[in-house]
Design a protein. Structure first.
Length: 165
């Protein structure tokens, strides 16, 4: 009985590896950015309505948007767009008229780490790596929120682009 189960397990494992249904990656999972879904963020952001002006950032060459949508944060509308960066990082931009506290609570509480002056605005930075940091700026009554695994330079690039929009 044990031998039959062992043979069956071996057959399943061999078939799994041959069909690419399984793989062995000792360094951890590997993401292939070129296979990620891509959306037309500028067109989708322009099509959304909100009680505040929606900014449409012009991202640099090599950046790709993979999601656009809306959320409810404490009874207020939040518009989000996700971007894949050339360094295989990810950034999410959220725009909302919800309070900073409500937005931070929706993302996950993190301790304040200081501030960054980027693009003509003061961004309050919450959390520190290895946790994904959160940058929040208040621009004319609209909170802009950046979070993700991208580099600090990529955070600054998106912060500058959204403020210029």
């Amino acid at each position: 009985m044990v031998a039959a189960v062992g043979v069956m397990l071996l057959v399943v494992l061999v078939l799994g590896f041959l069909s690419s249904g399984a793989s062995f990656t000792p360094g951890g999972p590997v993401s292939e950015p070129s296979t990620a879904r891509v959306v037309d963020a500028p067109a989708q952001l322009r099509a959304l309505t909100a009680p505040f002006p929606v900014r449409v950032p012009a991202t640099p060459a090599g950046w790709r948007s993979n999601s656009v949508g809306t959320d409810d944060v404490a009874g207020r509308k939040a518009i989000r767009a996700g971007y894949l960066t050339p360094s295989a990082g990810y950034l999410q931009l959220q725009q909302s008229d919800a309070t900073e506290e409500a937005l931070l609570a929706a993302i996950g509480e993190r301790p304040a780490q200081g501030a960054q002056d980027v693009g003509g605005a003061r961004w309050v930075v919450y959390g520190a790596r290895p946790v994904e940091p959160v940058w929040i700026a208040d621009v004319k009554g609209v909170r802009l929120v950046l979070t993700g695994s991208a580099t600090d330079d990529e955070f600054r690039t998106l912060a500058t682009a959204v403020l210029a929009a």
